[in-house]
Design a protein around this ligand. Structure first.
Ligand SMILES: Nc1ncnc2c1ncn2[C@@H]1O[C@H](COP(=O)(O)OP(=O)(O)OP(=O)(O)O)[C@@H](O)[C@H]1O
Length: 649
């Protein structure tokens, strides 16, 4: 479907449909210009008329009105036009508004949904109306001209402007993935703002497009580099190697100009820190201790040898969360250190005892020439701080919520403080490694440069509402002294409710899951579009074996390059990924939360609570990977986290 302006020679690609359906669509739809944003809107007059009739019938027996507290004046200012106003005045609740999703003009629907989700008109104006208006005005500073021709010329997002048949063909031939990196105006505003005065933070619930925005920001920063800037001047980084590989793949889809693409280096934080330190040591490889079980058993041996009164896990946590987090290097510094977030108070004697264990642990590593990842980051940061110049001009970070202060110090040291130095995307509802930070204490000031994305593009309303209902605990921090919230977070997609069910025994759960997966495949879902998340890798292996026995190909995440087949992995491995169908299996009592991952209550109550939050976030992350279908199962007794969801069924 192509829209032709009433004057001039502009055409706008609206929709691609088979011939007869396209004719039918064209008869029912009409284009107009939004009064507040000057953007193109498409409306279906016949459907609007029908909706009005049924709403009138409903309204006569219903006294509730969804938008009663907002005056016509306010609604008009936000772009609700004279045809839509009387219709939405009849709406009793959000469910009825959502039912009009496909009928109302898109920009007006976004505004109304924002109001219904509890956002204030000024917030809507700033976050939705202005974002659409900027898009309609184009990238220049000129005020928007009104009229359909101008609106079409600047249309972006779900519509694309083409100047001729070749361009149209090129768009249609792009792979589906390319469409996954298109931006909503609210995202565009954040990603393509010409310049920021300093570090920027973008937050938002799962699936709100933070990764997409980070990719576009990297593109923008690379594009505006001076011509003499060396390749790799922009760093795009994240927590793990797998996620970095995914960013690299998407970046290649987004930036097709090889010269600009070469300006962006994509690598995960730990690998870059390792490389930095190695370079400083003339290339000598670092001997790394990566196995957490090995680290814990070393603490246990030290505690035993020195006769100190702390558990191995407590010592390790204290070392990571107090000593390494604050870059403490001596006993005097440790004696005075704030231990925010640690539940057990430690007097001077206890601290002296604990420091003896820390000193012995660090000495042992030194003597054997070994490093942990966090030590590598800390040392790499010190190394960079001693240099005059910094290796990058801009640093863009995805999954920022999981980074440890030592990693933040390293990132801070990679780029000189100044405009557009750091761009951070993350969501503390998805924090799964227990690394809490205060950005400002690390010299990263994001105040006044933060924005929150609220529309979920991945998951259906049903999956999102169910998953969010699991988060019953306190609100997480926002990494900057405040609290994070999911207010206004919503999805306009609809689908089936999550399938949540228990089985008497493990074998039966696996059998039923295998049957369900083969139904998904038979119905046309490709195996690579199916993800199975488990808390214990062994359950994943058993599910893989059962699937293979029925002839279904599987691919275990984290075991090398991705091959074909159903993706099976730990909940940790699910981070940042998405699938059409997701099964979260083995959500049993004692497994989710995993008993061994919880600090005992009598050892440290606060830490126990933090560990519980981390486990809950993990389940939330796994569930919110689903685009269309979510299935959650357990055997025996369900996880305590499922209690509200199971009893509410
Ligand atoms: N404006 C948009 N229009 C359509 N789809 C979009 C838009 N923005 C993002 N998406 C799609 O939504 C999905 C989620 O995006 P993305 O992975 O960037 O979200 P996220 O906020 O980083 O998620 P998470 O925190 O859960 O990893 C992707 O499939 C992405 O392509």
């Amino acid at each position: 479907m192509v829209l032709k302006a009433d004057q001039g020679d502009s055409y706008l690609l609206l929709k691609v449909l088979p011939h007869d359906k396209a004719n039918d669509w064209a008869c029912k739809h009409r284009a107009s210009v939004n009064t507040a944003t000057q953007g193109v809107e498409i409306r279906n007059d016949i459907a609007l008329e029908r909706a009005t009739e049924s709403l009138k019938a409903l309204a006569s027996g219903e006294s509730r009105r969804l938008f009663a507290r907002h005056s016509d004046k306010v609604l008009r200012r936000l772009g609700i036009d004279e045809e839509i106003l009387p219709i939405i005045r009849l709406l009793p609740d959000e469910a009825h508004l959502e039912a009009l999703h496909r009928v109302l003009p898109e920009q007006q629907f976004d505004v109304l949904l924002g109001l219904a989700s509890g956002l204030e008109p000024d917030e809507i104006d700033r976050e939705i109306v202005q974002a659409y208006a900027r898009t309609a005005a184009g990238d220049g500073d000129a005020p928007p001209e009104s009229g359909l021709v101008s609106a079409m010329a600047h249309a972006r997002g779900r519509v694309a402007l083409v100047s001729g048949p070749e361009e149209l063909l090129e768009i249609l031939e792009r792979p589906f993935d390319t469409w996954r990196i298109f931006l909503h105006p609210a995202q565009h505003r954040v990603a393509y703002r010409d310049s920021y005065g300093g570090p920027v933070r973008v937050t938002g619930g799962p699936g709100t497009g933070k990764t997409v925005v980070a990719l576009h920001r990297a593109h923008h920063l690379a594009h505006r580099l001076p011509p003499d800037a060396p390749d790799g001047s922009v760093l795009l980084t994240t927590y793990t190697r797998d996620l970095a590989a995914e960013l690299e793949r998407c970046l290649a889809l987004l930036i097709t100009d090889e010269r600009i693409r070469a300006k962006v280096r994509v690598v995960n934080v730990d690998a870059l820190a390792n490389e930095t330190l190695r370079r400083a040591r003339a290339g000598a490889p670092l001997k790394l201790v990566v196995d957490q079980r090995e680290i814990i058993s070393r603490w246990g041996r030290i505690a035993h040898r020195l006769g100190v009164d702390f558990t191995d896990v407590f010592l390790d946590q204290e070392w990571r969360q107090v000593v390494l987090a604050q870059a403490i290097t001596g006993p005097e510094q440790y004696l005075k250190a704030a231990r925010t977030g640690r539940g057990t108070a430690l007097g001077p004697l206890k601290r002296a005892q604990l420091w003896r264990a820390v000193a012995a642990f660090e000495e042992q590593l030194r003597q054997s020439g070994e490093w942990t990842f966090l030590q590598v980051c800390a040392q790499a940061a010190r190394q960079l701080e001693s240099l005059e110049s910094r290796p990058f001009r801009h640093v863009v970070v995805d999954e920022a919520q999981d980074l440890h202060p030592a990693q933040w110090r390293f990132l801070r040291a990679l780029v000189a403080p100044g405009p557009d130095d750091l761009f951070l995307a993350g969501d503390t509802h998805q924090r799964i490694y227990g690394n809490k930070v205060s950005l400002r204490s690390l010299g990263i000031q994001v105040a006044g440069r933060s924005s929150r994305l609220r529309i979920n593009y991945r998951t259906t309303h049903e999956i999102l509402t169910w998953s969010a209902s699991l988060l019953t605990g306190e609100r997480p921090d926002d990494m900057d002294g405040g609290e994070e919230s999911l207010a206004g977070y919503h999805s306009t997609l609809h689908g089936s409710h999550p399938d949540v069910r228990g089985y008497p025994a493990r074998g039966e759960e696996i059998q039923a899951l295998v049957a369900r997966i083969s139904e998904w495949i038979t119905s046309g879902v490709s195996p690579e579009d199916i993800g199975v998340a488990v808390r214990f890798v062994q359950l994943g292996r058993d599910i893989a074996q059962a699937l293979e026995q029925t002839g279904t190909q599987v691919c275990l995440l984290g075991t090398g390059p991705l091959g074909p087949g159903v993706r099976i992995g730990s909940m940790h491995r699910m981070k940042g990924l998405e699938f059409r169908c997701v099964a979260v299996a083995g959500v049993n009592d004692g497994v989710v939360p995993m008993r061994g991952a919880l600090t005992p209550v009598d050892s440290d109550l606060q830490q126990h609570q933090e560990d519980l939050n981390g486990e809950l976030n993990l389940l939330f992350v796994a569930c919110t990977r689903a685009r269309e279908v979510l299935r959650v199962s357990w055997h025996g007794t369900p996880s305590i986290f499922l209690k509200p969801a199971v009893s509410g069924r």
